[in-house]
Structure formats: structure tokens, C-alpha cells
Write a protein that binds this ligand. Sequence first.
Ligand code: AHR
Length: 518
Amino acid sequence: MQKNVTGISEMEAKITLHPQFTIGSVDPRLFGGFIEHLGRAVYEGIYEPGHPEADADGSRRDVIELVRELGTPITRYPGGNFVSGYNWEDGVGPTEKRPARLDLAWKSLEPNTFGTNEFMAWCKKADTAPMMAVNLGTRGSEAARDLVEYCNHPGGTYWSDLRRQHGYEQPHQIKLWCLGNEMDGPWQIGHKTAEEYGRVACEAAKLMKWIDPSIELVVCGSSHAAMPTFASWEATVLEQTYDHVEYVSIHTYFGNPHDETPRFLSLSDDMDRFIKRVVAVCDAVGAKKKSEKKIMLSFDEWNVWFHSNGKNQESKDWTVARPLLEDVYTMEDALVVGSMLIALLNNADRVKIACIAQTVNVIAPIMTRKGGGAWRQTIFFPFSATSKYGRGAVLRQAVESPFYDTEFLHYGVMTKLENVPTLTSATVYNEEAGEIVVFAVNRDLKSAIPLTVHLDGFEVERVIEWITLHHADLKAVNTENDEPVQSVPMEGAAGADGVVRAQLPAASWNMIRVKVRR
Ligand code: AHR
């Protein structure tokens, strides 16, 4: 076996860390969720009056329990594409007076029996804070201004008093707002050019902040990295909004439609590159403006999404809660989700907000059956563990890893991909708990990797736990009655003399928690 310069073999992986070399601290909002009026996310998902688990508001208690376990400190709402055709006024006040509308984004019937106030009540129960989007598709600054007044102004004005009449005496105090959704996409209701969107976003932002200066705003970036307008969109939009917003959004979904798993597992590296490109554009605009301010990123849609593609026609148009985007996730999808979380952690200095898209039934870690149970998909497990333990300062890692080469179909042409690191990892130091937490994915489909983690500047007390997500069948899935893919405790990780050792199983996601002293 070949040895490299530092003495480890070509089959081993080594991470070296030091407490003084940090990337940034983790904002808990990195582990956000998303509930859109889409498919069965709201109706038959979080809200199902008459279900045996429903509370007095119609919220499913079993789903609330799972959302708490998942650990999503913020939840984006009400869309997504849906928000670009939404009249928020339709969803407040006495339910019997609310109009049913055609939702053009998802060809569904929107009954409006669940709206802003119901969502706010649900957030409290689910231990999550709202991230509210305004409609800049069919509407504009006026409707955005009115919604902020309705939600955040204490009282004594038309919209704030209407909220009080609706039974909500205290303002909702919603701190985080999205200025529309994916406005660069031709599929969007009210799609705009960057110039058009930049103008309306700037004006909406001004009015919203004049009503409540404490709010933070997310302006739309590109819908994905391959958008033809990528980068020039961000530059033009930020030219117009830089002084009025705190974050630019970024979205990414990955899939494995041609069953090219080695390539699929490498895609989180593309996510990392996409983040760095968006950061570069933000900083270029900042430099041009000679601004001291740094725009942060809100990765407010990310996940695996491809299993349900082409299946919309299986459910009837213009019905309430027509099943859409119900991806059933496999073991390998969970490896990609775990790796995407690693990419987010490793960019914690600039990505302050991220929302897995979505939370329930629609490309989601949690599934429900109408009148039946609720269960955890495979992707639930890396998410819940990273949300729970990925807190503190992300450490800069020096990583030595084996590499692999693979091929994949790119627009019909077989394309080579070389030097993909077999190990992808992120390490977080939680000073308060005295813990180092290593998140690591072994992308090798056949062989385990011996991993050593060198904790320079720390004294290792003991390995608290090592959990792994691994299944012999990469296509294994969870169902209502059986969750065969879930993280399990592992034996055999040992720490001595500042070094932690573990043998990461082939095709596995891992979390190793180590008690340390400094
Ligand atoms: O999350 C599903 C959809 O994906 C959202 O509505 C939209 O913003 C994106 O294209």
C-alpha cells in the first residue's frame, strides 16, 4: 500500500484540527424547514381537522412531535411558487368567509382554511419561528407593507386592529421576511427581469422596514446554479437592494435520475462551489459600493428532489391537497442530505439561514397518511442529528482523503469526473458542552475508510458516542410501518493522545461526539 508524505496510506483519511482555526459560528437558523401551500404539506400534513391526533386547532400532534424531533428552529411559509399568486388577506378572519381560489402555481384548489394566524399558532406548538414570504409576483410593495402592519404593528391602525379583531391581540413579531420567491424563473407567477425585480424588491423592503425597522430581509437570488442569468441576476438585484437587505437567497435540488450513485454522492461539492460563487458576487457588489456591510446567504431551499418528477399528472388538477412532490427517500438520498448539511456547516461564516425543502409530505423528511400515521423518511436522521449537535464553532479542517474517479451523463454526453474526495466532513466545536462533533460521509460504496481525527490543542477525554446511518441496500426506504434506515450507535471509536480513530463503513453517514478539554 502506498504511503503519502504525512505517512497515511492511500486508503485512509485524516482530519487535523486546531481550536484557533475556525470558519465561523453556526447560526441555529441553518437548520430551518419549509411549509408551502403545496400538495399535502398543509392540508393532510400539519393540519388535518378530524384526525385522531388533531388538537382543537386541527394541528396534528403526531406531526408536531416529529417536527420538534427533526429540529427546525425556523420555518419558511407560505411558499415557494405558491406565494407569487397568494392574496394573504384570503387566509385571515372567519374561516367560513374565506374564499377558495385556484392556485396557478400547483394547479390546485386553495380553500384558505389555513392562513397566517393558523401558521403562527402552529409555529409556537412546533418550537419554530416563522420566515414569512411576501408576494412580489402578482402583487407588490403595498400588499407587503399591509402584511407587515397586520403581523407586527401593535394596534391602532386599520391592519393591526383587524388582526386584533381576528383574535390575535399581541403582534406576531415576525423577524425574518423573504422578498418573493424565485423571481428569476420563467415558471414563476409574475416572473421578472433582474432590473424589474430589483426595483420592486427595493421599494417593498423600504416600506416593510419603515413599519418595523427590526425585521431582516432576504432578497431572491438565482433559483439554481445553472440558471442562464446566474451571477448577473445577483449583481443587478443587489446593486438595487444592497442597503436594504441582509441576505440573498440560494436554492439547490439534486437528483440521481440515471442511477449514477458515485456522481450523485459528489454533488454536495457542487453545492459548496455554488455558495462560494454567490459569496463572490455579493462581495463584488459590496466592493463596488465601498460598503462595510456583508450580505449573508439564505439557502432557503435545498434537498434531494427527483423521485416524483413527471408524476404530477397522477393526481387530479384543481383539487385540495392533491398529492405532489411526494419523493420517497432512499438510503443513498440520506447520504446526499448528510453531505449537503456538511457543505452548509463548512460555509457557516456566510450561510446564516438554510431551509430543507420541505418539512412534511412534499419532498420532506416527515410523511403522513390521511387519517393514519406519521413517519420519518431516511433523510430525517442526518438532519435531526446535525441540527441537534451541529452547534458551536465550525473548525477549519486539514483533510487528507482517498479520491475516486467516475463518469456521468451530462446533457447526453458521458463526462469524466476526477478526484472526488471519498471523505466529506465538517467538525464543530461546542465550547459550552466541551465537545467536538465530527460529521463525516464515506462516499466509497465498497470499502470502509479508517479515519483518524487529530485534535491538536485539545485533550481528548473520551468518545461520547458514534452513530452511523448505513444500510446494505442503497435503495432501502422507510414506510409508515417500518423505518429500516435509521442511525444506530456504533462501537469501536477510540480517542487517546489527541487522536480519535474510527472505521467508517462503506457508504455511510457518521456523527462522532468527543468530550474534550483545552
Ligand atoms: O420546493 C418546491 C418548489 O421548488 C418551490 O415552490 C419553488 O420555490 C421551487 O422551485
